[in-house]
Design a protein around this ligand. Structure first.
Ligand SMILES: NC(=O)c1ccc[n+]([C@@H]2O[C@H](COP(=O)([O-])OP(=O)(O)OC[C@H]3O[C@@H](n4cnc5c(N)ncnc54)[C@H](OP(=O)(O)O)[C@@H]3O)[C@@H](O)[C@H]2O)c1
Length: 287
């Protein structure tokens, strides 16, 4: 296919490289600034511009890989200049928004195409994307072509109802972004215990790997271990006391996650009603 990319950032550049590798023709890459457009264009060996319609008019498939906040405006601006060809497929890569924010693309078919992967920079995306899921929804006549494109990227399609996008994206943020924040909190608590971050992160890595392997092998709640899973109330009390003295800023999140972990342990069946109530009481739960 002839594919145009609008938004020469992390996702746009990585998709362009991988689509080109899969044998598609990148008609050109456009961006807000000349700097980003030329960097990506030179990397790909394709024309680049700050005026997207130069390339979008000739494309069978247009990716709008701008920040979420400008996708609808960029789409409307291109459409106002008759920048989409009749029947072309227009996709954005936002996780939270549906294809409906592309309604201004007259005569074209619209979809959302969200790579369920993290792109810290284009090279990380190029390395991590193959094997990932790409979440798709939009106009039915476009979906067979979109599924083929997902397969060309060596990815797997995950189909979602249009109205599910915001909640689906919240789930992805919990699994990816909040996991990062959670580890940052663990490192802060490690520092309060006298172990610096440089030692703390590699020390936690095998524990995280082991946890992840258990989750894959046995699922949740079976993979849950630790004092809450065992009903060791006094151990949790010690955590709370020491955190209160050395790092009280970590207490609210520790308490909240602890209360939710009590639910997982109850579901696992390793704590009874008495331990559940004691744990919730010391964790400040109101359940
Ligand atoms: N990063 C991730 O992990 C990830 C994962 C999945 C999906 N996504 C989604 O992918 C999309 C892009 O994210 P990203 O991380 O690649 O963002 P990014 O690195 O900030 O790149 C966005 C690019 O869009 C360009 N842009 C901004 N305004 C524009 C405009 N009016 N016209 C044309 N280009 C414009 C910027 O150009 P200049 O550099 O020239 O300003 C920038 O290069 C978002 O919808 C995001 O939700 C991101």
């Amino acid at each position: 296919m002839r594919i145009a990319i609008v938004g020469a950032g992390n996702v746009g550049t990585a998709l362009a490289v991988l689509l080109q590798k899969a044998g598609h023709t990148i008609t050109g890459i456009a961006s807000r600034t000349e700097e980003s457009a030329s960097k990506a264009g030179q990397r790909l060996g394709v024309p680049y511009t700050t005026d997207a319609v130069q390339f979008t008019r000739q494309a069978d498939f247009v990716f709008l890989t701008t920040p979420d906040r400008v996708i609808a405006d960029v789409c409307a601006q291109i459409s106002a200049k008759d920048g989409f060809s009749q029947g072309a497929i227009i996709a954005h890569t936002s996780g939270a928004h549906s294809s409906q924010i592309l309604n201004s693309a007259k005569g074209a078919r619209t979809v959302s195409f969200h790579p369920l992967q993290t792109f810290a920079n284009p090279d990380c995306g190029i390395k991590n994307l193959p094997g990932s899921f790409i979440t798709i929804e939009g106009q039915a006549t476009a979906l067979p072509i979109v599924r083929q494109l997902v397969s060309d990227l060596l990815c797997r399609p995950l189909e979602i109802p249009t109205e599910g996008k915001p909640l689906y994206h919240a789930a992805a943020c919990i699994a990816c972004n909040y996991f990062t924040t959670l580890l940052d909190m663990a490192l802060q608590v490690m520092e309060a215990a006298g172990i610096n971050r440089e030692e703390g992160l590699p020390a936690l890595a095998p524990l995280i790997d082991g946890t992840w392997n258990n989750i894959l092998r046995t699922g949740i709640p079976q993979a849950l271990t630790g004092p809450i899973s065992r009903g060791d109330v006094t151990t949790v009390e010690t955590h709370l006391e020491e955190m209160g003295k050395k790092i009280p800023s970590a207490l609210p999140l520790y308490r909240l996650l602890g209360q939710t972990t009590v639910d997982v342990a109850s579901f696992k069946g390793t704590i009874g009603e008495t331990e559940r109530n004691e744990l919730l009481k010391i964790l400040g739960g109101t359940k």
